[in-house]
Design a protein around this ligand. Structure first.
Ligand code: NI
Length: 166
């Protein structure tokens, strides 16, 4: 396994739209394992392949407190959604920024798992928010896109300053 480099906002590669995975083969499983290692090391609760500059429809998530409930979704699609929830979000690609975003409170998702088997996941609250956030990455959308232009400009200035410091 390997820790992958996470792209930081406003890197234009975060705007790439991800392609569907055609075959869940050894290469894809390796990507999933590396993404999980990268996500746990960060530490973060979710990661999309686009964030490690691989434009494939693959996301990894672990919202558990014990950090031992990895979820891998390949080619995820939202089949149903209900309710609304406003929650504070952060993103490994936008370090140090936490802002409120409104999402569906409950979703049902179809995807393939790490073995390429079809799965259906019902998620609510934090897990639902996390899945929607990561699925946005597959379309090149970041959570900061939902904020006001003023806030976005402030975040761009702050992240540039951070990047100069490191
Ligand atoms: Ni993110």
């Amino acid at each position: 396994m390997a820790i992958l480099e996470v792209l930081h906002y406003p890197d234009p590669r975060l705007r790439n739209r991800a392609r569907p995975v055609e075959h869940v083969d050894e290469r894809v499983r390796q990507l999933v394992d590396d993404m999980l290692e990268t996500m746990y090391a960060a530490p973060g609760i979710g990661l999309a392949a686009v964030q490690v500059n691989v434009p494939l429809r693959v996301i990894t998530i672990d919202c558990s407190e014990s950090r031992n409930e990895p979820v891998c979704l390949i080619n995820p699609t939202i089949e149903a959604e209900e309710g609304e929830l406003e929650a504070e979000e952060g993103c490994l690609s936008v370090p140090g920024v936490y802002e409120s975003v409104t999402r569906s409170r409950w979703i049902r998702v179809r995807a393939l798992d790490r073995d390429g088997e079809p799965i259906e996941l019902e998620a609510e609250d934090l897990l639902a928010v996390c899945v929607q956030h990561e699925m946005d990455h597959l379309e090149g959308i970041l959570f900061v896109d939902y904020l006001s232009r003023l806030k976005q400009a402030r975040i761009r200035r702050r992240t540039k300053k951070l990047q100069r410091q490191t």
